[in-house]
Design a protein around this ligand. Structure first.
Ligand SMILES: C[S@@+](CC[C@H](N)C(=O)[O-])C[C@H]1O[C@@H](n2cnc3c(N)ncnc32)[C@H](O)[C@@H]1O
Length: 215
């Protein structure tokens, strides 16, 4: 049975791509490509796109890992995954599989994954779920693998900033406000070589970090 949050995302899946399209035209495609560029993925690797939603990121990762590699798009919303499945079918991409699961309980063996991405979702995870998710990322990734997260930068304009925080409230996650304040120390406590980059356009950031030996 679906939780309330899953039902919310199932409903959201019906309009999600349209909203993104209206909001950003082609920019989101370029930004997701930039996220994939920061993963360090190469041919034959296995990658996970956490909270993949309608599957916008996996095609960019699939290009990096090639036909000998594999990309796993993971999400807990069946509605989002249905949209993702159609996108991947329409483009006839063979090296992507979609899995319905929770980010905080990854159904993969230790040290088997080369990179994990998470786009516009990490700040929607509630505190405890977010912590468990990071621990899972560290468990499944091989040493030297990368976690790359893309998010909106906190907007400067007052009204847009208001909408940004509304998104967090709707997702039931005002706790992210404290993560935003302690972003650098949060990521540094879990990963080495932590980098924050603001992408072209100025509204989006990628934070990446490398998995240390021993997790
Ligand atoms: C705002 S959407 C982002 C989708 C996509 N990554 C993108 O960049 O367009 C957030 C996604 O996170 C998923 N999600 C939220 N909490 C989750 C959890 N605990 N486990 C798995 N997926 C989750 C939702 O179902 C939704 O598809």
């Amino acid at each position: 049975m679906s939780s309330l949050r899953q039902s919310y995302y199932n409903l959201f899946s019906k309009i999600y791509d349209r909203i993104i399209e209206l909001h950003s035209h082609d920019l989101q495609g370029r930004l997701r490509g930039a996220l994939a560029d920061r993963t360090g993925l190469k041919a034959g690797d296995v990658a996970i796109d956490l909270c993949t939603g309608t599957g916008s990121v996996p095609p960019f990762l699939a290009e990096k890992v090639g036909s000998d590699g594999l990309v796993i798009g993971l999400d807990f919303s069946s509605g989002m995954l249905q949209k993702a499945a159609k996108k991947i079918r329409d483009r006839d991409i063979k090296n992507i599989v979609l899995i319905q699961a929770e980010a905080q309980h990854l159904p993969f063996k230790d040290r088997t994954i080369s990179a994990v991405t998470c786009s516009h979702a990490f700040y929607e995870l509630k505190g405890e779920v977010r912590e468990k998710t990071i621990m899972e990322v560290k468990r499944v990734c091989r040493t030297g693998g990368r976690f790359c997260m893309m998010e909106h930068e906190v907007p400067r304009k007052k009204f847009i900033k208001f909408l940004f925080y509304i998104r967090m409230v709707v997702a039931g996650n005002l706790g992210s406000k404290s993560l935003l304040r302690q972003e650098a120390s949060f990521f540094k406590s879990h990963f080495s070589e932590v980098k924050k980059e603001i992408l072209p356009g100025g509204n989006t950031k990628v934070i990446s970090g490398v998995i240390r030996s021993g997790g």
